[in-house]
Design a protein around this ligand. Structure first.
Ligand code: PHE
Ligand code: ZN
Length: 890
């Protein structure tokens, strides 16, 4: 189907392997230039296969020798495979010796060096860059690993499982031997050899077993590990309490590494983390960094069951572990947040991410189902669809079977599949089978379309009130636009959590026609499983305001046609905080879209401003919730509502809206700033963080308004706060206030920030991010970003640093990136090409910044297409980038 992409791998072609590898002993002689790997494998023929040649994966490595049952055996290297045409009959032992070059490994996949140590990253297909193997997740083996290295340079030697032996060798070398009793796929293998130190904690779990938890970091970073350790302990406790899933290892390790392509990796017993998701203290990390660390530590820990104990049969099933584990980490963070409003804040943040990353993906050239049907480079499918939409699919299952029912379903899933490599179908079947009679069991075959079909459904709702019969009829209708390769869409199963409010904001009892009177609740879930359906509510005394899709009960675009007045009722009164927030966002969105469409300067009406004042001054609402409600939808989100996107117009409209809110609510922002200061010792908890989440934007609004009036008072205050802040949240908040208001004090503040934190890589990343994310004005932000490429601290070799400048500019600052002179696209093309030569995974993520080029208005559209075509025309491109640009042009 996709011509131009020759080697697409298809889900339909899955076949079990002809051979199994049941156990493997690995010995590493670690050397940055030339590491020698000796592998000894127990190989079995697959009884149901027909044998034939044994084809092992291998990439960028050199074979030295191959023995079968101790005898040399003839082999050949064919592309990225090592082929043994005539392996011995029956089961046999295969021994392979090969070399690899860790210090030359800039892809950061396989075995590589970082900060003078050795680290590995094997998911998805990195193990084949270490040694020859059946590098596919359905081949599970027991690993025994011996590491040998210079003791002075690499005093710490780690691998999966338990340490069984260690000692000295000649020439200043030492060794350690590790054994992991759990059979695992090769993507979960890991080793670390480096000069590190650990924070340690012993914990006793419910079953009474003792476990050792460790967080390994470079010397000097120990004072930044407390939060990660606390998050790990909380994760252990939570998974046992919520899902009865205990820690199954004697030792559980987290290791931080400065060069890492992703967030973190769940290798069995030896999680390897990007430093960004481990290191934090009050001086260097913001409240959201603390929250991210908690959720990523949880995520990787939860993989120990969902991913490691039960893994994926093939990479098309990636969401089996990722969607489920994202769902679990979201639930964990919500439970940790505590109060109902803090939970709602977390839900809003998650939905925002989904709608800003996944919805565009689902509407763009890389659209794919949660369970994709084909790929060229699997690394390209670690996407918002597989992760975040996958989590929403799991969340819908929980909605359809209830929280208890879902826990029962999880228990059945482990009962059936523990220790195996399975599919998304197996998971859905377990949840349904554990809940016979549930809406999930009733609709299962149709429900599973969420796995197989791409695209975001549109859900249209129309209500009709009939006063004489006191009935209210709600018509729900769904439609999903075509996506690449999937023209026709059958109906999805859409759970619609909803309520009805009176015009003065009181919740109504909900009773459907033909239901007994005792069925009346104030919230219920309608399950739409056809193209359209009608629901008639009885005993409705007055015309209601419908509150639909509460807590975002399905990943759809809702069109309910509510008027501004109705939305204002929901904003003021909806008992569901998510929909309350959503109502506020929609009133803002209507105004932004109107301004963008007719190109008129935006002028806010009193009703809207007063509603926003009401939220800001509200007596009981959570401050973090207020911030979310007062922040207008992002430019990216606005763009997603339009067929012809002019990023500059959107930027102008949104800037005008923010400025007017700053001006009209000046006294209220002053009140918010003064009343939300936090005294005492810093803590990242939801209460303190919530206050800062309102105080800092208040400062920004005050700066913006004052600076626009030529008054420097608030800039001075912001600079003062920037200097004196006792924590990074407030320091960065004040610096951002100066940058966002284009204050002249922004430059001296940036200079000072750099001087103060020059030795802290993660903070210097923030320094780049802030400058690349600043609101564009007269092309200055773009010009600065370009100049920063030459800054001595900038490098493409470190993924965090490269992302902090390039991804931020191209992916998160539309007005700086989309320029009428196309300079942003030229910048993009140059960086994609440069990065691709170093690190294809990273390059391909940057490449995706132009996924949505086709909806751009002219002159952006043609210029963007030309830039993509220029990249696509290169002869030398990785599969990763080639797949992205080829699909973009289809
Ligand atoms: N499996 C990791 C996670 O989601 C992500 C990852 C993928 C990391 C590929 C590295 C490489 O937890
Ligand atoms: Zn994951």
């Amino acid at each position: 189907m996709r011509e131009g992409i020759a080697q697409a791998i298809k889900r339909a072609d899955y076949a079990a392997p002809a051979y199994w590898i049941r156990s493997v002993e690995l010995t590493f002689d670690l050397d940055p230039a030339r590491t020698i790997v000796a592998s000894r494998m127990r190989v079995e023929r697959n009884a149901s296969g027909n044998g034939g040649a044994l084809r092992l994966h291998g990439e960028d490595i050199e074979p030295l020798r191959v023995l079968a049952n101790g005898q040399s055996v003839s082999f050949r290297v064919e592309g990225r495979e090592l082929v043994i045409d005539n392996p011995p009959e029956g089961d046999f032992t295969l021994e392979i010796r090969n070399t690899c070059a860790p210090e030359k490994n800039t892809h950061l996949s396989g075995l590589y060096t970082s900060g003078g140590g050795f680290f590995t990253q094997c998911e998805a297909e990195g193990f084949r860059r270490i040694t020859y193997f059946l590098d596919r997740p359905d081949v599970m083996a027991v690993y025994t690993v011996t590491l040998r290295a210079n003791k002075a340079r690499y005093p710490v030697l780690l691998s999966n499982g338990n340490l069984v032996e260690q000692g000295e060798l000649d020439n200043g070398r030492h060794y350690a031997k590790w054994h992991d009793p759990f059979p695992k796929p090769s993507y979960l293998f890991a080793l670390v050899a480096a000069d590190l130190v650990a924070r340690e904690q012993h914990v006793r779990t419910r079953s009474g077993k003792d476990h050792l938890l460790q967080v390994w970091v470079r010397r000097g970073d120990l004072d930044k590990t407390e939060h990660a350790m606390n998050s790990l302990i909380a994760s252990v406790v939570w998974d046992e309490a919520r899902f009865r899933l205990p820690l199954d290892l004697e030792r559980f390790m987290i290791v931080a590494v400065g060069d890492f392509n992703m967030g973190a990796m769940e290798n069995k017993g030896l999680n390897i983390f990007n430093t960004k998701y481990v290191l934090a203290n009050a001086a260097t990390a913001t409240d959201s960094d603390f929250a991210d660390i908690e959720s990523v530590v949880g995520h990787e820990y939860f993989h120990n069951w969902t991913g490691n104990r039960i893994t994926c049969r093939d990479w098309f099933q990636l969401s089996l572990k990722e969607g489920l584990t994202v769902f679990r980490d979201q639930e964990f963070s919500m439970d940790m947040a505590g109060s109902a409003s803090a939970r709602a804040v977390k839900r809003i943040l998650d939905v925002r991410t989904l709608r800003e990353r996944q919805f565009p993906e689902d509407a763009g050239t890389m659209a794919h189902p949660v369970r994709p049907d084909e790929y060229v480079a699997i690394d390209n499918f670690y996407t918002a669809t597989v992760y975040e939409k996958g989590a929403e699919v799991v969340r819908m299952m929980q909605t359809l079977v209830g929280r208890e029912g879902f826990a029962k379903g999880m228990a059945l899933y482990f009962e059936r599949h523990d220790g195996r490599a399975v599919t998304c179908d197996d998971f859905a079947q377990s949840i349904a089978d554990a809940n016979p009679g549930s809406e999930l069991a009733r609709t299962l075959p149709h429900f599973k379309r969420w796995y197989g079909r791409a695209g975001t459904p549109h859900l249209t709702a129309r209500g009709r009130y009939d006063a004489p019969t006191r009935t209210y009829t709600l018509a729900l209708e769904q439609h999903t636009p075509a996506t690449p390769g999937q023209a026709e869409k059958l109906p999805f199963v859409i759970p619609v959590a909803m309520g009805l409010l009176t015009r003065d904001g009181r919740p109504m009892a909900l009773r459907l026609e033909d239901e007994p009177a005792d069925k009346a609740a104030e919230e219920r879930v309608l399950v739409l499983d056809e193209a359209r359906a009608f629901y008639t509510f009885v005993d409705v005394d007055s015309e209601p305001v419908p509150s639909l899709l509460r807590h975002f009960s399905a990943p759809v675009r809702l069109h309910d046609g509510l008027s501004d007045d109705e939305l204002l009722v929901l904003l003021a009164h909806d008992p569901d905080p998510f929909n309350r927030w959503e109502a506020g966002q929609r009133t803002a969105l209507h105004r932004l879209l109107a301004a963008v469409r007719d190109g008129q300067p935006l002028q806010l009406d009193a009703a809207f401003v007063e509603a926003m004042r009401g939220v800001l001054r509200h007596e009981t609402l959570d401050p973090a919730f207020k911030d979310l409600t007062l922040t207008p939808p992002t430019e990216t989100y606005v763009a997603e509502q339009l067929d012809h996107v002019d990023p500059q117009r959107i930027h102008a409209a949104r800037e005008a809206m923010v400025l007017q809110l700053a001006r009209d609510l000046r006294a209220d922002w002053e009140w918010a700033w003064e009343t939300h200061q936090v005294g005492g010792a810093y803590s990242p908890d939801a209460v303190q963080a919530g206050r800062r989440a309102l105080a800092n934007p208040a400062l920004q609004m005050l700066c913006l308004d004052a600076t626009a009036r030529g008054d420097v008072l608030w800039q001075g205050k912001a600079y003062q706060r920037f200097k004196d802040a006792s924590n990074m949240t407030d320091r960065q908040g004040a610096l951002w206030a100066l940058l966002a208001s284009h204050s002249e004090m922004a430059d001296p503040a940036l200079q000072r920030f750099h001087d103060q934190f020059r030795d802290d890589a993660l903070v210097i990343d923030k320094w780049f991010i802030l400058q690349a994310a600043a609101p564009e004005k007269d092309g200055r932000v773009f010009a600065r970003a370009k100049a920063l490429l030459k800054h001595p601290d900038f490098t493409l070799a470190n993924p965090n640093r490269a992302r902090s400048l390039i991804r931020t500019l191209c992916g998160e600052n539309p007005a700086a990136f989309h320029r009428t002179d196309a300079a942003g696209y030229v910048f993009w093309a140059e960086r994609v090409i440069e990065l691709d030569a170093i690190n294809p995974q990273l390059a391909s993520r940057v490449a995706r910044a132009l996924d949505r080029w086709a909806t751009l208005a002219e002159p952006y559209r043609s210029a963007a297409r030309e830039a993509i075509a220029r990249v696509a025309a290169r002869a030398e491109l990785s599969d990763d980038v080639r797949e992205v640009v080829t699909r973009a042009l289809e």
